[in-house]
Write a protein that binds this ligand. Structure first.
Ligand code: HEC
Length: 227
């Protein structure tokens, strides 16, 4: 709000840019070293492409590209990633409208500056208290699985023929066809407590769910073959 007062034009571009950034939020965080499908974009300007040490999933193509991220290279990347780096693994079409790219880069340049990400994280935690998890900014929209409702905390899973029975801490048992239950891990800060996997609904139909474990070795330890 203070920025809007000082410079209405800049703030407007920034607002539009922030809105355009929602296209990136499912895969990119602005918090340092918070990696999702894609690497954290914190401290992006001046960084060599494919070089964030905490991100293990870069394509060979991006690592070998010798690009340094700046206004110009980022504009080319966002126009058409595949043209700039053939065989890169960012599943993104590109943005053809140069004004949209300019707004987005204006926002990103500010939001990726050293220190901006942690302020943003604090902001998101504040917003998150309302229950929406501050999904507006920074990609911080996944619920923290360390603090679970009893209905989300898995205490046991059995497997019989083609059916999983998932028992939660509220005493309820839910049944799933084996193809509808996805078993995942999250070892990050936001992941579940060791020994306390979480169940979250998945998809629109109500017949699917994800069970998220703290580590892969917990999966077979938790699931008991029993009819
Ligand atoms: C569906 C997931 C996804 C979306 C959406 C997405 N990205 Fe990416 N992004 C990735 C992945 C994966 C990589 C790594 C690509 C590789 O290694 O080839 C990447 C890489 C990047 C890089 C290079 C980072 C580095 O460390 O070198 C930048 C910059 C980037 N993305 C910006 C964006 C922006 C800005 C948007 C939104 C307009 C966006 N991405 C949308 C998944 C995504």
């Amino acid at each position: 709000m203070t920025i809007a007062f000082a410079s209405p034009v800049l703030a407007q571009n920034g607002d539009r840019g922030e809105r355009d950034f929602q296209a990136c939020v499912p895969c990119h965080s602005l918090e340092p070293d918070r990696n999702m499908t894609g690497p954290s974009l914190a401290n992006l300007w001046g960084r060599k492409a494919g070089s964030l040490p905490s991100f293990d999933r870069y394509s060979d193509a991006l690592k070998a590209s010798d690009i340094i991220w700046d206004d110009r290279s980022l504009d080319a990347w966002l126009t058409d990633p595949n043209r700039m780096v053939p065989d890169n693994e960012m599943p993104f079409e590109g943005i053809k409208d140069s004004r949209v790219r300019a707004d987005l880069l204006a926002f990103l340049k500010q939001a990726t500056k050293p220190g901006a990400g942690s302020e943003r994280a604090a902001e998101n935690r504040m917003k998150g208290m309302g229950g929406m998890m501050g999904g507006m900014m920074g990609g911080n929209h996944t619920p923290n699985l360390k603090t679970l409702e009893p209905g989300q905390r898995v205490t046991a899973i059995t497997y019989c023929r083609d059916t999983y029975r998932v028992i939660t801490a509220d005493g309820k048992t839910r049944h799933f066809w084996e193809r509808n239950l996805r078993l995942k891990t999250d070892s990050s800060q936001e992941g579940p407590q060791s020994g306390a996997p979480a169940i979250l609904p998945a998809g629109m139909m109500g017949d699917r769910a994800d069970v998220i474990f703290a580590a892969p070795e917990e999966i077979s330890r938790t699931i008991e073959g029993r009819c």
